[in-house]
Write a protein that binds this ligand. Sequence first.
Ligand SMILES: Nc1ncnc2c1ncn2[C@@H]1O[C@H](COP(=O)(O)OP(=O)(O)OP(=O)(O)O)[C@@H](O)[C@H]1O
Ligand SMILES: [Mg+2]
Length: 407
Amino acid sequence: MNTIKINPFSPHALVHPGVFQGRDNEISIIEGYLYQTKSGTPQHFIIDGERGIGKSSLFFLLTHIANGSIPYHGQDTFNFLTINTELSVNDTEISIIEKLYKELESLIALDEGLKLKANKFWDFIKTIEVLGCRIHNEKTEPDFAEALTQLVNTIQYLIQDLDETIDGIIFLIDEADRPNIEANLGEFCKLFTEKLIKRNCSNVCIGLAGQKSLRKKLQDSHLSAPRIFAIHSLLPLSPEETIRVIDAGLESATGKNKFEIKITDHAKQILAEMSEGYPHFIQQFAFSAFQADTNNCIDVEDVMSGVFSKGGALDQLGEIIFKEQYFDNIKSDDYRKVLDFMAESQENWVTRKDIINSGIKEKTVDNALSALRSRGIIVPNHKVKGKYKLPTKSFAVWIRALRFQTT
Ligand SMILES: Nc1ncnc2c1ncn2[C@@H]1O[C@H](COP(=O)(O)OP(=O)(O)OP(=O)(O)O)[C@@H](O)[C@H]1O
Ligand SMILES: [Mg+2]
């Protein structure tokens, strides 16, 4: 009989620190940045990478490390005031400042200890019409320079109030690639960090997370903005880390369900192979295999049924990300063959000749390349003419997983 069980895998949510695996190098480096920030020489940073690679989950873990709920280097604890926010396409240069300010204000308001100590901070925001809807009165246009100055003033008072209590302030800004260029995030970061230093608020650090386009957006907003940041790009997890995600998930399921849910080695290996280290894929494939299991031992059959059944893992991933590119926008099976060939070529650029050599007719290849390129389903190599690849590695992994059943 199929008992109802708590599924530990979370394809649509941030991973809980207990189930989080890998990223040891990034964590250790960023712990170093936090340590530097504590001592007054902050190192701002960017975490970038493809969709679903684990940027927000890493930020979630860093929040715990920065605010002291998880020790750093497994020993001491930091005590930073840690502000989390996400940006959106609708953000403007004023709304970004508002978001940071509001998060800061509510964090202080919610912590009784800090709230009592933050006297100058409260006095200051009482005396000026600071930010949020109060940033401008009805008669005046919101002013970026004014808003920025007020944010810096607020932080300065807060640091004076809490100097003895906190290590500093960390701003973790997720989805930083989303606002339009007009939101001027690069300029904000440049001016904000410079003003803070001038005011002796040198224990404040900014971390941004977003897709690869973030660097270019920062640069377009202010030429030297990317230089403020150390940039770390997230890559897929290693096979060992992938296996650990599955093991940690099942261990937590056993704890929560109060009975053991096992997995065969072969099933684990297939989950790891198909997901190729993409955390979103691992969570989705493991979630679906867990759902398909009926005897509390996940085997290869459960994995296959979870991944390939209607509404299963591949459908889920397809619905969210790839289906449009692979099925809806392409009416010809021959064009799909071109994509399949590119998916097999890993991350390498392929030439028109490579594709023709794989057995697809010349004319079809020419038509496919032109159609796929114009729809942004493949990208051309701007340095070497006539070379193409899929826009992301995860798209290739999804196509390969789709074909896994038939191989
Ligand atoms: N280190 C990890 N260990 C285990 N699971 C992870 C890890 N990182 C991310 N995940 C899982 O992978 C999925 C995607 O993670 P997350 O949302 O953090 O990615 P993201 O890069 O922020 O994606 P997006 O670009 O869509 O915002 C989530 O289900 C999360 O639980
Ligand atoms: Mg995210």
